[in-house]
Each structure stands twice: as C-alpha cells, then as structure tokens.
Design a binder for this molecule. Structure first.
Ligand code: GLN
Length: 514
C-alpha cells in the first residue's frame, strides 16, 4: 500500500464507519477491516496507525473477539476505543471488570493536557460514554491521562510503545472535542501528512481507469442519483465515448427528472459518452396494475428495471466492463468490509443483471463515503443540484403512492411534490431539512370547492431533519409555509382536496411513506 492509511480494526461497534469518516475528514485515508484479519495482512499494508473499535462484548471473557498481542509490539501507533481500549488493557496485563456504575451519555471527563492525544483539548471536556465494563487497573507501563468520577481510567497511554486507550467515543459528535482528539492521534502520534484529498482522488482514479480499460467498452446503468451520476462522469472523463450509459425512465421519477438527467448526460450535455434513454413508463405501470402491497411493488419495480436494462445491454452486445455506483457504506453494510452484522444485501453489491455480457465490474466509488462522493462530484464539475440531490428510493414514486400505482396518481404526486419543494426552497429551508417530499395517501374524502361536493385524495407532506438517516425528527415547518403549500396544492393539483403533514419521527415511523 503506497497511500498513507490508518486502519480501523472492527470489533463490532456501532459507530465504526464514523471512525473511518472522521479520520478521512482529517485528510488521512482510512479503511475498515474485521478483527479476524490476519496480522501478516495488516503488516503488509504498512498502516500509519491502527484504531481498535468499540464492541458489544466483554473484553475479559474467554470467547470475546480478540487479537494477537503481537500487534502491540510492531511500533505502529494504536488507539483503542471503548471495547478496543478494554481489550488492549486486558491483553497487556491490566484489569477489565463490570463497572460498579455504568456510564451512558454525555459525561464530563478530566483530561491531562500534557498527553499528545489531548493537545489543545480543554481540561474538562464533554465526552460520549457507553459502557458497562470499565478498566479497573491499567496495564503495566501505562499512564492514566483522563478520568471521571465513576471511571478511574477514561484514557491511558504508553508513549514508548505508542499505545493509547480511550473509554469514551471520540468519533460521535456528542464528544465535543472528539475531532481534535482523533486529529491529534493521526497527526501528532501517527505523524500522518494528510494527503488524502478529493482532487487527487479524482485525478488518480481517472488515470487508473484509463490504464485498466484501455480500448475496452464500458456500460453503466444511470439512475440520475448522486452515486451513478458521479461514477458515470468519472468514467466519461477517463474513457470518453467508450462509455455507454443506459438511463431507464420507469415513470416513477420526480417531476421533470427524466428530462433533467437527459439534459446533463444526453447529446446536448457537456459529456462525451453514448446516452440511451429508455422510456419504459408504460411497462412499469402495466406490471404494477392492481398491486398494493409495498414490498411487492418494490420487487416488481426492481426486477423490471433489470429486465429493461438487460434488453438494452443485449442490443449493445458484449462489453468489457460494467460500472456500478457502489460506495463504501454499501461495502461495509454488506459485511465485506468490517465486522458489523450484515444489515442488508445491498442492490449495488451482488444484485447484478444476469444477461449482460461483460468481463469485469468497475466500482470507481467503492472506497468513498457519501459526502466524499459529493465532493468528487463537485470536483468533476457536475451541477450542484445533481450533486446535492436528496436521497431518492430506487422504486421512486412507486412507494410514495399508497396502494395501487397508476399513471394518474404518479402525476398527482409529482405535481404536489414539485410545489412542496418549491415552497421549501422559497422559504430558504432546503439546506436545513434532511429530506422532504409529498406522498399520495390512498384516502379519499369529501370536500367542497366552488360550492360543489368533491370526493378526492389527500396528499401527505413529509419533511424530516436528520444527520445520518438512521434516526430522524419531523421538521417543525413554519405554519405559513404549510398554509401556502396547502393552498397551492389544493388549487393547482387536480383530484386533491386535502393536505396532511406527517408529524411522526423515525422511529417509530420510517422516512419514506409507503
Ligand atoms: N461491551 C463493552 C462495555 O460494555 C464495550 C462497549 C463499547 O465498546 N461501547 O463496556
């Protein structure tokens, strides 16, 4: 490995992706590996530093995840976090026990500012704790450099061996000076130079893709979403018209979205590539006729998408490479990177069309987090409205229509959604709100318009604030914005006579409304 890298050794903690993200925010490249990874493999990677993550187990138990003690004598700086800290102490002769008082939440920690880890950190600093066990005795050779009233060893270090242990979690934002602590680790202790930057990533990738592809033909399924758009532009910059992009318009996109994608990637757009738009709207509507169950709708849309793509691929014939917009969280969540449980079998990893004749897959964004993909997109000159596009589900509006999907209902929800987005933007709220959209409830009710009885649909408006999309709160939209949006929707969108606002958080709701 030539690139300066810090390795995260995953012991099953919840925040492991966050650790890697924070390290990369320091401009140091970081990858996650399972604790089952061989020491020889790790040595061969020559990491600048290693971070042991937290985890659900008890370090002193026989069958808990562990690692060979040899790793501590390589001279590579190691930072143990929570379980990782406890394991380090346990393996090196300290003592880990059930804590008399478990700590959970924000806790004031007193740190020794002389420690390289706490350089420029306040002596009393709020940190996030989440542990049942604690280090009751530090291992020989270690100095205690932080404590709380209930936690005698909140941090310990053995400078001569470059080993550091933290009971709290510097990677979560609740640890007020956590970023500084991680930055101290990578810069002061691992002595990294910080050369991981997006412009160099883009340049290196273009070069590497060119080397690899040569004169070969490349095929990409373009959805118009952030990941596939960035992947497509990267490829087009590398190999130009050797790239063909197939864009399947399934008729479940937001208002004007199909044309927007075409404007950017089509013949009128700035990129040199072959663009094929398949207008498959009616195929999808036919397949969805009479189907009301959300999981079934998702499945039908996913399968039909692959069929349409395959048919196009057959027309194109054999290609050398197929591009996938896989990103790093997909890799980790599919259980390929770290140790955390397989959360979902991701559509980007493994769910390949059967009949596409290709030699190899290219996943140019495989090592990037979402915010890094966006940065790469900006670096590549992709328009901001595409780069900062909200997450949009693959099955599109198909799952924002409760009950049966029809062309008419798609149009209703498209119009209402466009108005909602316009009003949110006009109120200047679009940057604050994580995600917002309109959904069509399957409810019809009586209303009155122009003295006439109506019997029409209710639109549900959704807007949530979230930092990570794992949890979310319903956004407190000012009343006048809701009022104006409601008036416009009822007046401008046919077959809608009522507008509802969804006040549910996640949990217990989900962000999508299906
Ligand atoms: N399971 C260990 C404890 O309860 C470590 C917890 C953690 O890593 N967050 O103390």
């Amino acid at each position: 490995m030539t690139r300066e890298t810090v390795i995260v050794l995953d012991f099953g903690g919840q925040y492991n992706q966050l650790i890697a993200r924070r390290v990369r925010e320091c401009n140091v490249y970081c990858e996650i590996y399972s604790y089952k990874t061989d020491l020889e493999k790790i040595k061969a990677m020559r990491p600048a530093g290693i971070i042991f993550t937290g985890g659900p187990n008890s370090a002193s138990k026989e069958d808990s995840p562990s690692y060979t003690k040899e790793i501590f004598s390589l001279g590579i700086p190691i930072l143990g976090i929570c379980y990782g800290a406890q394991l380090m102490m346990h393996l090196l002769g300290g003592k880990v026990e059930t804590a008399p008082v478990r700590e959970y939440g924000k806790i004031k920690v007193t740190v020794d500012p002389h420690s390289a880890l706490f350089k420029n950190v306040s002596e009393k600093t709020i940190c996030w704790m989440s542990h049942n066990d604690y280090i009751s005795k530090e291992a020989p050779g270690f100095q205690i450099v932080a404590h709380t009233p209930d936690c005698p060893v909140a941090a310990a270090e053995d400078i001569s061996k470059k080993l550091y242990a933290l009971q709290f979690h510097p990677e979560v934002l609740h640890t007020v000076e956590g970023k500084k602590i991680l930055s101290n680790f990578v810069y002061n202790i691992c002595v990294c130079s910080g050369d991981w930057k997006m412009d160099s990533f883009v340049e290196e990738s273009i070069h590497a893709i060119r080397q690899k592809v040569g004169q070969g033909k490349v095929l990409c399924a373009l959805s118009g979403g952030v990941d596939s758009s960035v992947a497509a532009v990267l490829l087009s910059k590398a190999v130009g018209s050797q790239l063909t992009c197939v864009f399947v318009d399934h008729g479940l996109l937001r208002k004007n979205e199909g044309d927007e994608v075409e404007a950017v990637f089509g013949p009128e757009g700035p990129y040199d590539l072959h663009f094929i738009r398949v207008n498959a709207q009616n195929r999808f509507y036919e397949k969805l006729q009479g189907v009301t169950e959300p999981e079934k709708k998702r499945k039908i849309i996913g399968e039909e998408f692959i069929r349409v793509f395959e048919e196009e691929a057959k027309k194109i014939g054999a290609v050398d490479y197929l591009v996938q917009g896989t990103i790093y969280p997909d890799v980790v969540e599919s259980g390929l990177g770290g140790e955390s449980a397989v959360i979902k079998s991701h559509h980007n990893v493994g769910g390949l069309p059967d009949y596409v004749d290709f030699r190899e897959i290219i996943e140019p964004l495989r090592n990037l987090f979402k915010d890094e993909v966006r940065q790469a997109g900006l670096e590549l000159g992709i328009p901001e409205y595409l780069v900062f596009r909200q997450p949009f589900p693959g099955p599109g509006l198909g799952i924002r229509i409760i009950g049966e999907v029809t062309a008419e209902k798609v149009q209703i929800v498209q119009e209402a959604d466009a108005i909602w987005r316009e009003e949110i933007a006009a109120a200047g709220l679009d940057k604050e709100i994580g995600q917002y959209f309109a959904a069509l409830t399957n409810m019809r009710s009586v209303g009155v318009m122009g003295d006439e009885r109506t019997y029409d649909y209710a639109i549900a408006l959704r807007a949530v604030t979230t930092t990570d999309f794992m949890t979310a709160e319903s956004a407190p939209i000012p009343w006048d914005v809701l009022e104006k949006t409601t008036n416009r929707i009822v007046n401008e969108v046919k077959h809608v006579n009522r507008v509802l606002y969804d006040c549910t958080g996640k949990p217990p709701g989900t962000i999508e409304f299906e």
